[in-house]
Design a protein around this ligand. Structure first.
Ligand SMILES: O=C(O)[C@H](O)[C@@H](O)[C@H](O)[C@H](O)COP(=O)(O)O
Length: 271
């Protein structure tokens, strides 16, 4: 078990130019990958949906990316077939995986047979099927991390997240009971306020054990959210609760429109 260390303050990087944001994010990811591969020979990454996959385009064709060393998990996923328009996997496939030489077996999706079974269940029995999906995904994580890292929770090298206008992250929504989950690695929900309602998500203890969490947010629509998340963490929005214990670190890669109302100090990353 790793000791408990106070979390480090978030690092906020704001960019006036969208291409600069995409390029700096890609440089940051490659640097994290190099460190992880040097130490352990692999790079464990979790990724959420929304606009995030598009912001990863700076990785396409980028020298230094060792795709065969990546082990990719979804930070959250909607319980729909993998080729469904709502699937985060499909989104990532379209924007990234189909454009880079990552081995298919290094991308860990939900089991499509379990999704079929869950869809066939009437609503009253769906919870068992969803529990099975969350369990199976947790097992996949245990296979990846157990005995390799000594902690009680997996230590991802990098978790990449977007933030919703209500401050949600992954599928952890404000006021939801899942915010206080302190045991499970993967949990399901049936009442996501953002459709579709059935999803699974990595839990806070997993997110807060990561070596690095990088948020990506752009556009004026996020300005109020970022102001609350970064300037008023006491409000307790899910995004403010992402504070991995040191040496874990949270980074924010945002554009100036999203950061317009934020008073929190900016940092220029040395990449
Ligand atoms: O599956 C999901 O719905 C996402 O994982 C979700 O957590 C997303 O990252 C945020 O809602 C931000 O989405 P945008 O970047 O599109 O605003």
């Amino acid at each position: 078990m790793s000791g408990i260390h106070a979390p480090s303050a978030p690092i906020l990087c704001s960019f006036s130019n969208p291409d600069e944001l995409v390029d700096s994010l890609a440089q940051f990811i490659v640097k994290a990958q190099k460190e992880a591969v040097q130490k352990k020979g692999r790079f464990t990454v979790a990724i959420s949906g929304g606009s995030l996959p598009q912001q990863l385009s700076g990785l396409i064709g980028r020298p230094g990316v060792k795709w065969d060393k990546w082990q990719v998990y979804y930070a959250d996923e909607r319980i729909v077939p993998l080729d469904h328009a709502d699937s985060n996997h499909r989104l990532c496939e379209e924007h990234l995986w189909s454009k880079v030489p990552i081995p298919k077996e290094n991308i860990h999706t939900i089991d499509s047979q379990l999704i079929e079974a869950a869809s066939a269940e009437p609503a009253e029995d769906a919870e068992d099927a969803l529990e099975e999906i969350a369990d199976a995904y947790e097992q996949e994580l245990i296979h990846e991390f157990a005995n390799k890292d000594s902690a009680r929770f997996p230590i991802f090298d990098l978790i990449l997240l977007g933030v919703g206008p209500d401050g949600h992250i992954g599928s952890l929504f404000p006021g939801h009971a899942l915010l206080s989950e302190d045991d499970r690695w993967v949990a399901y929900i049936t009442d996501s306020p953002k459709p579709p309602p059935r999803r699974f998500t990595l839990t806070f203890p997993v997110i807060n054990h990561a070596a690095r969490v990088a948020f990506v947010a752009s556009g004026a629509g996020k300005a109020d959210t970022l102001h609350t998340v970064l300037d008023k963490p006491e409000v307790g929005l899910p995004a403010s609760r992402v504070r991995p214990s040191a040496p874990g670190q949270v980074y924010w890669f945002v554009d100036d429109a999203a950061a317009a109302k934020v008073e929190y100090p900016r940092t220029q990353l040395k990449l």
